[in-house]
Design a protein around this ligand. Structure first.
Ligand SMILES: Nc1nc2c(ncn2[C@@H]2O[C@H](COP(=O)(O)OP(=O)(O)OP(=O)(O)O)[C@@H](O)[C@H]2O)c(=O)[nH]1
Ligand SMILES: [Mg+2]
Length: 166
């Protein structure tokens, strides 16, 4: 069972920064045009987001390889390519994150919130590595998803041990 946290966002949105938090270490990898896998994380490159015809590929990746995913909106640009309700195309747990929250004023916060709320993600938070806003909530969300996936794996393991009754 694949159990990656998938990070989806445009170039420079902050995917690797969030993946670093999940991995608990900093990666030195440079910008990539392909999916980047680490032990617990999968970063989907910006080009997949910019091209709407690649959105089905993102959904396939989520379905087959992720147990939860994060949709990023770059707080600096607030550029969104997500279709309305995109996150509801899969039943995987989802979190919308407005990154670089430290650069946002109130009006920009509302704008960013509305854009991400429209994607249909289950949870939404503002995050800044500069001020620390949202980091604690983000870690809590990650921990909850890990707990849930362990429970699911345990349950399906038990199911396999059940005798098959015809
Ligand atoms: N001001 C500010 N800058 C941030 C924050 N988080 C990340 N950045 C900066 O944003 C830039 C891009 O962050 P990355 O995590 O590399 O973004 P990415 O989505 O992985 O970028 P690509 O892999 O090139 O697509 C870096 O220079 C980070 O230091 C934040 O909370 N606030
Ligand atoms: Mg990156």
């Amino acid at each position: 069972m694949s159990a990656y946290f998938a990070f989806i966002g445009l170039d420079g949105a902050g995917k690797s920064t969030l993946a670093d938090i999940v991995e608990g270490c900093t990666s030195v990898h440079k910008h990539r045009e392909d999916c980047y896998y680490r032990q617990n994380t999968l970063e989907v490159p910006g080009r997949y987001v910019e091209n709407h015809w690649m959105h089905n590929v993102i959904l396939m990746l989520l379905q087959n390889q992720a147990h939860a995913f994060v949709l990023l909106l770059d707080g600096e640009t607030r550029l969104s390519y997500y279709s309305s309700g995109f996150a509801r195309a899969t039943r995987k747990p989802s979190l919308a994150v407005v990154t670089k929250a430290d650069v946002l004023n109130e009006a920009q916060r509302k704008e960013a919130q509305a854009l991400l709320a429209d994607t249909g993600c289950q949870d939404l938070l503002f995050l800044s590595t500069k001020t620390g806003e949202g980091i604690c909530e983000f870690k809590q969300w990650v921990a909850k998803q890990k707990q849930d996936v362990q429970l699911t794996m345990k349950q399906s393991g038990n199911e396999r041990r059940q005798p098959c009754i015809i």
